[in-house]
Write a protein that binds this ligand. Sequence first.
Ligand code: UDP
Length: 276
Amino acid sequence: MEDIEHIEKEMKLINSDGRRLDGRSFDELRPIRIEAGVLRRADGSAYIEWGGNKVLAAVYGPREAHPRHLQDPARALVQCRYNMAPFSVSDRKRPGPDRRSVEISKVISEAFSSVVFKEQFPRTSVDIFIEVLQADAGTRCAGLTAASVALADAGVPMRDLVTSCASGKIDDVVCLDLNKDEDNFGDADCPMAIVPRTGDVVLLQMDGHLTYDEFQKAMGLSIDATKRIYEMQRDALRRRYSVTLEDILKEAPPAAAPVEPEPEQPREDDFGPEGI
Ligand code: UDP
């Protein structure tokens, strides 16, 4: 036990040149790629790769809420199920819900509850499924960011997209977007989600300890990063729905071959100048 504590204390997460072990600076995000509309059978879907995370999000609804006793006659329910595949982490994860996945599902559904126009769809539910295929810390942020794109892809009316990111503290330095090693051996991690248009914070959690100043700095880094991630979400939706002239031509039926005009036949009474 002492050995492990000693190794953790000795483990340096920031090099002498101020770079983190994966080469990033303190305010640098891991590479992010978002694609909208990846599942045919879902009403809306999205896939995100965020550093080593690979996450799928699918949205169904608004559809009649079941079981019926859960129906709210005044508004829709927004429900989320966050799930980690057994093969998504290095030690096989036991399949099925656990305390952590129930907590993450709850905080994500609450985040979306505050942006979906629920009053427009009484007695229905909007069901969000988040499947983590590969995890490398920050999966709730990646899942939430993808689910937001999936909700927009499903055409669910919302105040705005929700964008999520985490910041934390490693080696006494406040850093953006911790990876797995930084999450494991760092001092704190603070995931948040924001509605970029209004600035409302709809998810805020903390694992570890930050002083007031460190917390302010972490929030500043995350808010700044959400602006960049928000653009990536919008780009993914634009790519899905923007139609180029090339697409229109591809969809259009092949143009009919131009019809050669028939050579004009002489009419019976058309005998020309040499006629009768
Ligand atoms: N993790 C794991 N096994 C688990 C749960 C989590 O290996 O059963 C790893 C996984 O890589 C995850 C990371 O620990 O991304 C951090 O988990 P945390 O609970 O902080 O949530 P996250 O940062 O993924 O939102």
